[in-house]
Design a protein. Sequence first.
Lengths: 112, 415
Amino acid sequence: MRYMMLIHHDEAALAAAPPSLWGDYAAFNEAIAKAGVAYQPGNRLQPSSAATTVRVAADKTAVLDGPYADTKEQLAGYFLIDAPDLDEAIAWAARCPSARYGAIEIRPFFTA
Amino acid sequence: MAPRAGNETGRAAERIARESFGRLVALVAARTGDVAAAEDALADAFAAALSQWPTGGVPDNPAAWLLTVARRRATDLARRRAVETGGADHLALMAEELEEAVASPEAIPDRRLALMFACAHPAIDRAVRAPLMLQVVLGFSADDIAQAFLVPPATMGQRLVRAKSRIRDAGIPFRTPGREELAERLAAVLEAIYAAYARGWGEFDDGAPRLAEEAIWLGEVLAGLLPDEPEAKGLLALMYYAEARRPARRGVDGAFTPLGEQDVALWDRGALTAAERLLSAASAAGPSGRYQIEAAIQSAHVARRLNGAPTWPAIVALYDHLLALTASPVVALNRAVALAETEGPVAALAALDPLAADERMAAYQPYWAARGALLDRAGRPAEARDALTRALGLADDPAVRTYLRNRIEGLAAAP
């Protein structure tokens, strides 16, 4: 099954994370790619301070400066994976270095 | 808990129908990942079995009988859905699976354990795990389950449907977890079964759904499927011990009767023997877990009441062990009550002190009842009255309320 692993970070905790985190990330990226689970490299996003939120109501476009939800944990990146079942996806999420700095949401792709 | 055939033969037939249903749902769901579709395919056959077998007799091969009836429907469904949606691969897969099983029904693998692990998966809401198992493993209807769990039928129906969709859509696997995960995942299965039993513990009305019985049944299926897991046996032993005392827990007039005052002649000796046997098999097999310790505590109570064995010190020691394992305030409370029997009410009250700060105790009736009883024994009737009154205000069982009122009336006048 295809899943997206959405990485939600506490941005303050991430900013304070030791530089070793990025070494861990490089190792994780390599492991998940070599295992054939991630079918494209993971993507990291700019922090929520760079976010812009757009809505159209009554044909008027409203543009907001900031993220969609003003929560402590913000979407910070994602992986696209193909795993046999949820348990396998959970195992990869638990290995992801970000799991220690926030939360990882696993969402199955919608299949018609 | 369903409307039941009244006689023994009828009940045995119902039991076989439910066991066969669970096996087939497990078989088909494990292959397709779709529990609801598996139930759907088997629904008519199961309904026919429930109505025919109790009076007409159980067929020689119950699973084959169900399969033969279900197969036609599954094939129809697969054909129709395939036309409607152009997809429905899993329905075709299901029909295929049923065909294979019909060809050699004696070789149908028992996948119920995998089904139970899917139902109690950490990604499934904790509160729906036991209802889900009762529905898919034993074939109880959402209405029956709703009645047992005191939830409106429509609400229970929605929760069950949602949980099944979640199993399918999130890709929750049907498998027995590997060794390293097993203990943790098994704990969720045990917890769900015990939660169902605990809900059934308060049922006394004969006409009421017998949730306790069905929880024990799930426990029996689980212990049978996991013969090497001491905790599965431990849980079953614990439920047997508790169930054995049910006939003695209410007096002839329906009055609440605490363990120490129960008429042991009313205890179910068959259930106690089965519990003892399971518990010793469990402790022989491996390290002691939570349910084995709780069962051992029950065993010690039984030995004291039946043979006058001085088991209070052992009970306190077992509670110490359990408390270290669970850090549960309820365990701490029970430990303090046992301590009153070895070191007296003053020591027991001192052991309760740390619990007073726990917010959960503010609304926990057994805490106030125990505290009141200990204060009474310690010769502090005014405080005992306060605590027992608080317990009375929290009690929702009329028999317990009557018991508490009598205790309050029996207190010595405050000096």
